[in-house]
Design a protein around this ligand. Structure first.
Ligand code: ZN
Ligand code: ZN
Length: 288
């Protein structure tokens, strides 16, 4: 079938992207789903830093690639060997497929799936196939999803079925920002009720960490960012305290607020390299 998709032909475009326009909206040919795959009508997709990291070349990927991975949609058709989904089911895509059989999967750590990581690096679905073509050229899949498109063919092992009454534009966030931010708190840190947390960097992932800490029963959650707007947003969703990282004594403020320090601090800015190179990211100025 013919679909429209946002395609990146080469990495390293000049900024600002409003001028260089690194993505083109292409009419692509999408094959039907193979064994264990599903054709999904994409209903919502978010722009994640990992998309930007492919565009600027920080995270090199095979080109050309149909970008997008944080997305949710509705099942259109299912391939062979998909016994548990039917057309009309709502699904959220997951940026790391989990094969269910390799050692990390068997150990209950599907985020480290080895065949999944290999497929993501190669720009294929978990099966090793590419289902997208444009002008006779195969397009690579971004993280097994390629969600900046009208439709996508995705492995059953790259998606989770959700209730149909969840708004899909909110559900999409669970495909990357929420699973990353909440997962760090719940699965990696194992934060327990009554403990304290600080979250540095309040983008989608950081705000999800604030929510994850609150849902885990943290008695105090200190939200930290350079932007007062984001600090206000963090207070709205329940952060107990906020600190602006521009303040020279920001770390001291956190210690003062928490009686000496927090049980867990989550670094969710991922911008330390950028602070020394403000020309590449004018929005993230160096703290004093
Ligand atoms: Zn992402
Ligand atoms: Zn696996």
């Amino acid at each position: 079938m013919k679909i429209r998709a946002a395609v990146l032909d080469r990495m390293g475009a000049e900024t600002p992207y409003a001028v260089s326009k690194p993505l083109r909206i292409a009419t692509a040919e999408l094959d039907g789903p193979g064994r264990g795959e599903i054709l999904v009508r994409i209903a919502a997709a978010g722009l994640c830093h990992s998309d930007l990291s492919v565009i600027n070349g920080d995270r090199p990927r095979p080109m050309p690639m149909a970008l997008g991975h944080e997305s949710a949609g509705v099942v259109e058709t299912v391939g062979e060997d998909v016994p548990d989904l039917v057309p009309g089911d709502h699904v959220v895509m997951v940026f790391m497929p989990s094969c269910g059989h390799c050692l990390p999967c068997a150990e209950g750590r599907p985020a480290l799936c080895e065949p999944g990581a290999a497929a993501n690096g190669a720009g294929t679905l978990l099966s090793g196939a590419r289902r997208l073509h444009c002008d006779g050229v195969e397009l690579n899949h971004h993280l097994g999803v390629s969600g900046f498109a009208e439709y996508a063919v995705v492995s059953r092992r790259s998606m989770v079925k959700i209730d149909r009454d969840l708004p899909l534009e909110e559900a999409a966030l669970f495909g990357c920002a929420v699973l990353t931010g909440v997962g760090a708190v719940v699965n990696t840190a194992g934060l327990r009720p009554g403990q304290t947390a600080a979250v540095i960097g309040l983008g989608g992932v950081g705000l999800a960490s604030v929510l994850g800490a609150l849902a885990s029963g943290a008695r105090q959650v200190v939200a930290i960012d350079l932007s007062d707007d984001k600090l206000g947003l963090a207070r709205q969703i329940g952060a107990t305290d906020t600190v602006n990282a521009r303040d020279p004594d920001a770390a001291e403020q956190v210690r003062g607020l928490t009686g000496g320090g927090v049980d867990f601090a989550f670094e969710m800015a991922g911008a330390s390299g950028r602070w020394s190179s403000p020309t590449r990211s004018p929005g993230a100025a160096a703290p004093p």
